[in-house]
Design a protein. Structure first.
Length: 133
């Protein structure tokens, strides 16, 4: 299955695609995916993994890892959105925060909207907040 491939796959781009494919699967072992996601070292694959976890958290899926998402992933995504990453990564980070719809991710969007020096990033964060009212 796709989850077991994650542990063996060396290419970050391929792992990114696996995380994306898992979003369309049913009956996924969410705790196992979360374990892989939190151990992910490739930046692109880490964002794809975060996106998968955010979707599961928003859906309230069993074993989604909401607490780990709020404690570990949200600060990472906030740092990406406010840091020196390229625009694509910043916008992707904001998008993942929007998908999760947790109190902590919404607070991060408020912070990004207020602190980002990039108009596109702060606008994306504000839009995310408006859509989650």
């Amino acid at each position: 299955d796709l989850v077991s491939i994650l542990g063996r796959e060396k290419d970050g781009t391929v792992r990114s695609r696996i995380y994306q494919a898992l979003e369309n699967q049913e009956g996924v072992d969410n705790p196992a995916v979360l374990e892989h996601a939190l151990a992910e070292t490739d930046p692109g694959a880490r964002l794809a993994a975060s996106s998968y976890v955010a979707e599961q958290v928003a859906a309230g899926s069993q074993g989604s890892g909401r607490e780990q998402f709020d404690l570990v992933v949200v600060p990472e995504l906030t740092d990406i959105a406010l840091g020196e990453a390229d625009m694509h990564l910043k916008l992707k980070a904001v998008s993942v925060l929007r998908r999760a719809r947790t109190a902590v991710s919404l607070e991060a969007l408020r912070e990004i909207a207020g602190r980002s020096t990039e108009a596109r990033v702060s606008e994306a964060a504000r839009t995310g907040l408006e859509k989650n009212r």
